[in-house]
Design a protein around this ligand. Structure first.
Ligand SMILES: O=C(O)c1cc(=O)[nH]c(=O)n1[C@@H]1O[C@H](COP(=O)(O)O)[C@@H](O)[C@H]1O
Length: 272
């Protein structure tokens, strides 16, 4: 999916919501456990209930890898079930030496056909560029993450006073463009979003940290939105685990609708 098509989706649905399919066997409603593939059944019902409200789905692969081969099957079935016009993110946080990264890219872009994959930049250009050589696919590079530990390294300043995350943003622009490279910017790092947007004015951000992590959607939009929206704001637990009863899909829809309604207003206010 290219950048313009993604923006058209955002305009049509009046939404820049990404729903995280972080599906945990111990958290899904108990009545689903009688299904042959409870994880897929849960995801299927969440997708059916929210596909008119979301412009992206983001399974975090850890939740599927932890279940071994069966988990991978559930992930593949989930991906196949997501409507083709909705952007898909393999939240795998991969990155290794060149020939290994190329195999990771094959796994998620050829064998699984995800639109995009999250990648850690720590090993530099040869660990990232193999993913960028896949036509029509996206790298979503970790830049300023939402977790506590983002302070440990990402804020360390080099001699020129630039924090590490700024070096990641600047250097990586030599590797890809705003048409195949996005950045992870945590909603919990609101005070830096304006600064990040200045460094990368045209790139899309994947923004986790709204909902369960307490980040502000309004602040993200106020400081991060550009003329093509430029944002995919994720919520996982806040939506998919809003209820653990038989009504889980409807309640998830209600939560997604609340975020989408707020996004509709924010698009009118800041998307210019
Ligand atoms: O790459 C990510 O998606 C990610 C980056 C980051 O900085 N923080 C972060 O929470 N995430 C992921 O985004 C999702 C957030 O989940 P919730 O806190 O339940 O909305 C999880 O799958 C995280 O792994």
């Amino acid at each position: 999916m290219d950048k313009l098509t993604l923006f058209k989706q955002i305009q049509e649905k009046k939404s820049f919501l990404c729903i995280g399919l972080d599906t945990d066997l111990h958290k899904i409603p108990k009545h689903l456990l009688e299904y042959e593939d409870p994880i897929f059944e849960f995801n299927k019902q969440i997708i059916d209930a929210t596909k008119d409200l979301a412009v992206a789905y983001k399974p975090n692969t850890a939740f599927y890898e932890a279940l071994g081969a069966k988990g991978w099957q559930s992930l593949a079935r989930t991906l196949d079930y997501i409507p083709n016009d909705i952007f898909t993110i393999a939240d795998a946080k991969r990155g290794d030496i060149g020939n290994t990264s190329r195999l990771y890219a094959q796994a998620f872009f050829d064998r699984m056909n995800f639109d995009s994959i999250t990648v850690a930049p720590y090993m530099g250009v040869d660990s990232v560029s193999p993913f960028l050589s896949f036509e029509g696919k996206w790298v979503i590079l970790l830049a300023l993450t939402s977790n506590e530990g983002s302070q440990d390294f990402q804020m360390i300043q080099s001699g020129d006073g630039k924090p590490l995350f700024q070096h990641v943003l600047e250097k990586s622009q030599e590797w890809g463009s705003a048409n195949n490279l996005m950045y992870v910017v945590g909603a919990t790092r609101g005070e830096f979003i304006a600064e990040v947007r200045k460094i990368v004015p045209d790139h899309f951000f994947l923004v986790p940290g709204v909902g369960a992590q307490g980040g502000s959607l309004e602040e993200v939009a106020k400081y991060g939105m550009n003329a093509h929206c430029g944002l995919l704001v994720n919520s996982s637990r806040g939506i998919i685990y809003a209820s653990d009863g038989e009504d889980f899909a409807q309640v998830a829809r209600d939560e997604a609708r609340k975020l989408q309604a707020e996004m509709e207003e924010l698009l009118q206010k800041f998307c210019k």
